[in-house]
Design a protein around this ligand. Structure first.
Ligand code: PGA
Length: 251
């Protein structure tokens, strides 16, 4: 695992976009697994800047988002489809038909989930999966539990996640209680994983990710087993506790 610690969330975004843009330039028709939340916003801003000012070309890129709330229309301002359009997909030259987000309005959740896994598989798999991390160690909406779930599935959100995400809604009651998330297999099958985390509310989760026990109680801990894993954090997310030097990259 390669760990890069930078000053603040802006620097995290710049560093993460650098890595993602390198993947796009090396493989213009790459498949990117994308994430929502506050953390990736600076990354998406920087990718949009690279598109506008440096000609970073998304015309052959395909994207697959990690998750979506169940029950929200794609044009609901808190849906992840809306978030992705607002922060990245409507601002670069990506083809709409190449962008994929689980359908949160499906009437047949099981079918939607298995079709999503098939779509990722048939596309040749993910070249890079971008991840944030929840305060409770979730990735996508893979919440802490008694086992890792391999496939795309419906999940009941934990109280902690509902509370954390209520900042985006008028009232806590408005936060959907269920979501569709890709499972741990598609994430672990990605050829490369990039996890970003900022702010001190993430310190415990980051430590559990980097050197905690591998357990479904902290879904992100499984990432320790991925051979091409990069973690980019700001100082606040790393916290004060000393971590082994061997974790850190020299560049
Ligand atoms: P955040 O969410 O970026 O809004 O903190 C991350 C996550 O819950 O995965």
């Amino acid at each position: 695992m390669k760990v890069i610690c930078v000053e603040d969330e802006l620097a995290v975004g710049i560093e993460a976009a650098r890595l993602i843009s390198a993947v796009i330039r090396l493989k213009p028709d790459c498949n990117l697994g994308l994430a929502t939340g506050t953390t990736p916003i600076t990354t998406y801003n920087e990718l949009v800047r690279m598109y506008e000012e440096e000609g970073l070309d998304f015309s052959l890129v395909s994207t697959f988002n990690l998750d979506e709330y169940i029950g929200l229309d794609a044009d609901h301002p808190q849906s992840y489809a809306y978030f992705m359009a607002e922060h990245l997909l409507s601002k670069v030259n990506i083809k709409k038909e190449n962008t994929h987000i689980p359908n949160g309005k499906t009437l047949r959740v099981d079918r939607t989930c298995s079709a999503y896994d098939k779509k990722i598989e048939n596309s040749g798999g993910l070249d890079l999966q971008l991840l944030g991390i929840g305060r409770n160690g979730h990735i996508g909406f893979n919440e802490p539990g008694t086992k890792f779930v391999a496939e795309t599935h419906k999940i009941n959100l934990t109280e902690d996640t509902i509370k954390a995400n209520s900042r985006f809604f008028e009232r806590e009651e408005d936060v959907p209680r269920t979501a569709i998330t890709i499972g741990m297999r598609s994430i672990m099958n990605a050829r490369r994983i990039l996890l970003i985390a900022t702010g001190e509310s993430k310190t415990d989760a980051v430590h559990a990710l980097l050197c905690g026990e591998i357990t479904p109680q902290v879904p992100a801990s499984l990432l320790q087993l991925h051979p091409e894993m990069t973690v980019i954090v700001d100082r606040a997310a790393l916290g004060g506790t000393s971590l082994p030097n061997s974790l850190f990259s020299d560049d």
